[in-house]
Design a protein around this ligand. Structure first.
Ligand SMILES: NC(=O)c1ccc[n+]([C@@H]2O[C@H](COP(=O)([O-])OP(=O)(O)OC[C@H]3O[C@@H](n4cnc5c(N)ncnc54)[C@H](O)[C@@H]3O)[C@@H](O)[C@H]2O)c1
Length: 265
């Protein structure tokens, strides 16, 4: 158990990646606060963790609203007295090309992915500094933050912004002993998330028809990661085992970003 005694906030706890990371941190002994703008995602994730014998609670919060973020961190402080780990996972996926993207949609995607991460980091880090907590902050990026993906202008821009947000925040917080690292997921095997949705009492999500790209075939390791693979990497970054690791990006992408681009594995 790597995280016994630690209190972790995870944002964006749908049955997909956030739910997987929240469950993985709880499995390592953390008390997890599941935060989402959608009440069912916060509540059902916490209930699922509690049902597996873990410690969890759910809070509703829009990470783009500073007053809500401050109130959320205040509630965690009241309930648990401290925060040791923050996983900035809430995000809006999907997109459009630079030619078509409406300003309103651009602003919302940048607002959630980039500004939401800034606001949660700011208020959690302030509490850590005040309490002298040598905490760990994790930022969920994407391989789309490392590469130029067509038809995804705001997502790619926000995710690459998060890579350097991570380094700059790591420098701001280094003297307080607070570590900031990013974790890069990629196209994710959907089966585990479907199982989790069913375990939360939801209808089994339909398999999405394959697009033009065969992600699995193009991954050097021949398989795509599942949320549990991200959860193990997040648990490591959150733990004292990573005590001198800050400002890095840990890619859990089956080799995708390292690949020589014309090579078809
Ligand atoms: N799914 C993938 O293949 C993939 C690949 C690479 C990176 N990622 C990243 O992983 C993270 C999770 O992705 P996912 O696939 O689980 O997506 P998802 O849509 O299932 O989950 C995103 C969660 O964020 C929440 N959210 C959205 N706006 C919010 C707000 N304003 N305040 C609070 N919560 C908000 C949503 O309600 C949802 O629960 C995202 O940051 C995404 O960019 C996903």
């Amino acid at each position: 158990m790597k995280l016994t005694g630690k209190v972790a906030i995870v944002t964006g706890t749908s049955p997909n990646i956030g739910g997987g990371i929240a469950g993985g941190l709880a499995d390592e002994g953390a008390t997890v606060v599941c935060v989402d703008v959608v009440e069912d995602n916060a509540r059902q994730c916490a209930a699922w963790i509690s049902g597996r014998g873990g410690q969890a609670s759910g809070l509703v919060c829009d990470v783009t609203d500073e007053a809500q973020v401050e109130a959320m961190v205040g509630r965690v402080r009241e309930q648990h007295g401290r925060v040791d780990v923050l996983v900035n996972n809430a995000g809006i996926l999907g997109g459009m090309s630079v030619l078509d993207m409406p300003l309103e949609r651009w602003n919302r995607q940048i607002g959630v992915n980039l500004t939401g991460t800034f606001l949660c980091t700011k208020h959690v880090a302030r509490l850590m500094v005040e309490q002298g907590t040598r905490g760990s902050i994790i930022v969920i990026v994407s391989t789309a933050g490392h590469q130029g993906q067509p038809g995804n202008i705001a997502y790619c821009t926000s995710k690459s912004g998060l890579l350097n947000f991570t380094r700059a925040a790591a420098m701001d917080l280094a003297r307080h002993g607070i570590r900031v690292n990013s974790l890069t997921p990629t196209a994710t095997d959907a089966e585990e998330s479907r199982e989790r949705a069913v375990a939360w009492g939801r209808p089994r999500p339909e398999r999405r028809a394959g697009g033009l790209l065969d992600f699995r075939k193009m991954a050097p390791m021949g398989e795509l990661p599942s949320p549990r693979h991200y959860a193990r990497a997040a648990a490591f970054l959150a733990s004292d085992e990573a005590e001198l690791i800050t400002g890095i990006d840990l890619r859990v992408d089956a080799g995708a970003v390292a690949k020589y681009w014309p090579w078809i594995p």
